[in-house]
Design a protein around this ligand. Structure first.
Ligand code: MTE
Ligand code: MOS
Length: 707
């Protein structure tokens, strides 16, 4: 193992294991006001009147009239209000906040507020939704000709449901007016500078009048990418009005019902086949964006770029829309739009192969992209595509090829087996030219006279290990012991904007900036002196520029790759299936810390298995999320961890630190394809079209069979 990959004790191991780590909810309550959100009870309504009972001294009711700046949260677009406008657009939308020193009293006031509404007809059905937030289209080749010349044309529809990030620590933010007039906002978040931009705008003040600190954060998984900007503005406005610190921490129920989750999807595939090979794909992707746009544009972009999987499709047309419904706004979740379309394309490939009477793995192999091929957006796979070797690794680990053929034969008896495989990539870093045109990351190293080095960057430790891996890179390059290099939680008053902690970009992109900064520092190092070095992002020369208006060029500079196989045993009496094994080969380049990367792979894979099998969330006919507790929304627990075997396949990326590529999201993406394919075999070769595929779903198939 390379030196940089050798595992170390995580820098935040001790404080987290001993309970010393301070999360936003752990700050002492003295002098801090508690905020409780007043939320819409209707999916769509005009708010006619809010009757607030008389407020005791020190208690406040805060709403849009108190927003000193702009009542729009700065996200990608600015349609999300800080506090609701005249109409509310989803159940749970924040209308206002009650704040005060005593939580019980806050609750009493809150329960006595009377809101009168004029109900409006909500749109709750993705199929009927007609407000289009984003509409993208791209393609290549000659679709008409390919379909006209096809031997066979297949058309199918695939759907996926919500998935909630279910980080251990719920959303929570705190705002505190400082004696010098600045507003200090801190809490649980991934992207300190996103919150900074948003709070500035809501308060209508300059960049130096606000500073944002990431507190110890109990997981984000994308859920704390944009949402903390909203809550950050809400507490900042409240703190401004009360002129006192205000904290708002959600309970689990609020968090599950009213914070962003993965977009439900509806994908339609129309595929032309000639001489046993796919010649064209016409793909329509619809994502349920919920009531406001938040991150739907970028989630959708990634989703449609992946819509043809890792297959070479000469003639391709992809259209993607994010549509508005009057439901909780959807947002980022590990994988960012890719899990939905990779599921659809993997199932499509499987279904076509079975119709053609060929093994699905062999069919997929016959269509695989390779180095030098064009990507879906007419960019290029610049680096090796290690999928064939990774298929072999997984096959070796679980005897896939043999089992896959064996389980395809008719099975009888109570317990029946199946095995499925998915293969996919995760585009490393921001989509398109975002890194070059928008983020323009800057990272610094500060060497103090005592010889210690501080990493100055804005990326957040959210469990993925940055507080350890950033210093590890710098220490390695400077040949210093790891204790001499440290990375604090980012405070925008102290660190440059190295961009958000999203898109698995931090380690790959900012980590590389830090490696280069360390080389620079090594060159000018003077003992006993205070020294600062700085590095700026530069797009690698080989990248074919990406144009979003045409969806053309390299959407990503490089790709992390994976092959997953899942083997199940279905109990036909109960519908419950046991996972006999889940096997993954993952190429994320050089692991910067073997244990951290393996933790990412295992944890992400398990989240994917949850998404594929048990994590079902839906809303009722009023638009209210029905699964608002851990007894109604099941995620895998320790007891559900199957025989999980993750393997690393290293294909180095020359522009990532020591060859590392984006790692964090990859392991989640492929589980639904592999799992549902396995369920198809266990259910006697049916064709399945949706995830999650639960025990109830299995029973429904069995019941039909019995008819
Ligand atoms: N791992 C843990 N433990 N906790 C998290 O919140 N977030 C995931 C992934 N792994 C997450 C995680 C998501 S959504 C992203 S985008 C990446 O980590 C971020 O990786 P990066 O730090 O390299 O950008
Ligand atoms: Mo990750 S979904 O890009 O925060």
């Amino acid at each position: 193992m390379e030196k940089i990959s050798q595992p170390v004790v995580k820098k935040d191991h001790q404080p987290k294991m001993t309970g010393r780590a301070l999360y936003v909810g752990d700050y002492p309550s003295e002098g801090v006001l508690t905020g409780k959100m007043l939320r819409s009870r209707y999916a769509r309504a005009k708010v006619l009147d809010v009757k607030v009972p008389p407020l005791p001294e020190g208690y406040f009711y805060v709403d849009r009239n108190d927003v000193p700046g702009d009542n729009n949260v700065n996200i990608v677009m600015d349609d999300t209000p800080v506090y609701a406008r005249e109409t509310v657009e989803y159940i749970g939308e924040p209308i206002g906040m009650v704040v005060g020193p005593d939580e019980k009293e806050v609750n009493r006031i809150w329960s006595e507020i009377e809101v009168s509404y004029e109900e409006l007809e909500p749109m709750l059905d993705l199929r009927k939704a007609d407000t289009v937030f984003f509409d993208y289209e791209y393609g290549k080749g000659d679709m008409e000709k390919a379909f006209a010349e096809a031997d066979k044309i297949y058309e199918e529809e695939f759907t996926t449901g919500y998935q909630d990030q279910t980080y251990l620590e719920t959303q929570g933010m705190m705002a505190q007016p400082e004696p010098d007039g600045r507003m200090f906002v801190h809490g649980s978040m991934q992207c300190a500078y996103y919150v900074h931009g948003a709070v500035m705008r809501a308060l209508g003040c300059g960049p130096d009048e606000v500073h944002i600190l990431q507190d110890v954060t109990g997981g984000g998984f994308g859920g704390k990418e944009a949402f903390p900007s909203i809550l950050g503005c809400q507490v900042a406005v409240a703190a401004k009005k009360a002129n006192a610190p205000v904290r708002c921490v959600f309970d689990r129920r609020e968090d599950l019902e009213f914070t962003s989750k993965r977009h439900p999807s509806l994908c339609t595939y129309k595929v032309a086949v000639k001489d046993g090979k796919i010649t064209a794909m016409d793909i329509d992707v619809k994502f349920n964006g919920g009531a406001y746009t938040t991150l739907s544009a970028v989630v959708l972009q990634r989703g449609i770029i992946c819509a043809n999987g890792i297959y070479n499709i000469e003639n391709l047309h992809v259209r993607g829309r994010a549509l508005k419904t009057n439901t909780t706004p959807s947002g980022a979740y590990r994988g960012f739009g890719a899990p939905q379309t990779f599921f659809a394309v993997e199932m499509m490939m499987d279904h076509i192969s079975r119709d053609l009477g060929v093994d699905s793995l062999e069919f997929k192999e016959a269509h695989l992209v390779k180095q030098g091929d064009a990507t879906s957006t007419s960019g290029k796979y610049h680096f090796p595509v290690p999928i064939p070797a990774m298929i072999d690794e997984v096959d070796k680990a679980c005897d896939f090829r043999r089992k896959h053929k064996e389980y395809a034969k008719p099975q009888t008896g109570r317990y029946r087996r199946g095995i499925g495989m998915s293969m996919y990539f995760h585009g490393a870093g921001f989509t398109g030219s975002g890194e070059r045109d928008i983020i323009k990351a800057v990272a610094k190293l500060h060497k103090y006279p005592d010889g210690t080095v501080e990493v100055l960057a804005s990326n957040g430790e959210i469990g993925q290990g940055l507080r350890t891996t950033f210093p590890k890179i710098v220490a390695h390059e400077l040949n210093l012991p790891l204790e001499k290099v440290y990375y604090n939680h980012p405070d925008t008053a102290r660190v440059p904007d190295s961009g958000p902690t999203v898109a698995s970009r931090s380690l790959m992109t900012v980590g590389e900036l830090l490696r280069r900064a360390a080389i620079k520092l090594r060159g000018i190092w003077k003992d006993g002196e205070d020294q600062i070095v700085e590095e700026h992002f530069k797009e690698p020369d080989f990248v074919i520029p990406f144009y979003l208006d045409k969806f053309q060029g390299d959407a990503y500079p490089t790709y992390a790759w994976a092959v997953n196989a899942i083997e199940v045993e279905l109990d036909t009496f109960t519908g419950i299936s046991k996972i006999l094994g889940a096997y993954g080969s993952f190429d994320v380049g050089t692991p910067i810390d073997y244990n951290i990367v393996m933790g990412q792979m295992e944890g992400g894979f398990l989240q994917g298995i949850g998404y594929a099998s048990i994590e079902k969330m839906d809303y009722d006919n009023r638009g209210r999320i029905r699964n608002n507790s851990f007894s109604d929304y099941l995620i895998p627990t320790m007891k559900d961890v199957p025989n999980l075997k993750c393997m690393l396949h290293v294909e180095k990326y020359p522009d990532g630190p020591y060859g590392a590529k984006g790692a964090g999201e990859l392991p989640l993406v492929g589980a639904p394809g592999a799992y549902v394919e396995a369920m198809e075999q266990a259910l006697g070769g049916v064709k399945l079209n949706h995830a999650p595929f639960t025990a109830e779903d299995a029973l429904a198939v069995l019941a039909k069979e019995a008819e």
